[in-house]
Unconditional design. Sequence first.
Length: 280
Amino acid sequence: MSCFSTRLVSRAVDALTQIDGWPAEHAAAGVVSPGQTWAHGPTEREFQWASVTKLLTAMATLVAAEEGIVDLDEPAGPEGSTVRHLLAHASGLPFNGRRPITEPGRRRIYSNTGFEVLAAFVGEQSEMPFAEYLSAAVLVPLEMKRTHLEGSPAADLWGPLDDLLSFGRELLDPKLVAPETLAEATIVNFPGLVGVIPDLGRFEPNDWGLGFELRDAKSPHWTGTKNSERTFGHFGGSGTFLWVDPEATAACACLTDLQFGDWAKDAWPRLSDAVLAELL
């Protein structure tokens, strides 16, 4: 390792030590970039990932699409909503509840139920429980050996930071799906839709990919001010996040046991900016 690389890793680790001052009882954070991984905190401790779970459910669905098990544009939900609608929170389903509150493609309504309907559909089409398909399609190939689905495919994955960083590495250089498939999943689907990101606010537009929230020009945002507009990822209500910035060629993940709140709205952007300042 060159002297420059040694200094970079050291300074990046220093940036991650910000988490020691957070109000969470336990917190772990890490960064991956090509050929490098660094982390701070209890990297093997299992945390609930909350809505970061949706990213892996989305990836399993993309694998299913490439395998011909599902088609992104086939009906899979109420009112004829498609797999694509469900992935992009454009199905018309509410946050929780099976009765649509608008027609598909009209509004960006963040929906846990939508991802549960989606996972059930993938399970039916693959002829196996969704948790088994998720494991076979994503967890096992990425050697995420300690990550497991304990309930809803929208919010109930549990696992350690080491495993989440493995998924971040996959998003930087995809092997489970073709790069073109991931590219389609990380650009705006159903452009121009207005909507609310729970606990963060209303955005016009509230751009979303296929399971991946897109930073675009959203402000204020849970990522950093130095993150490019191409950044994509997700955060979870249990105080967790994963973002990938293609321009920085880096992914950053954080797991805590403290519910998302005002503390995170301040702490997460500061952490992200400190990490990017060293990388860039």
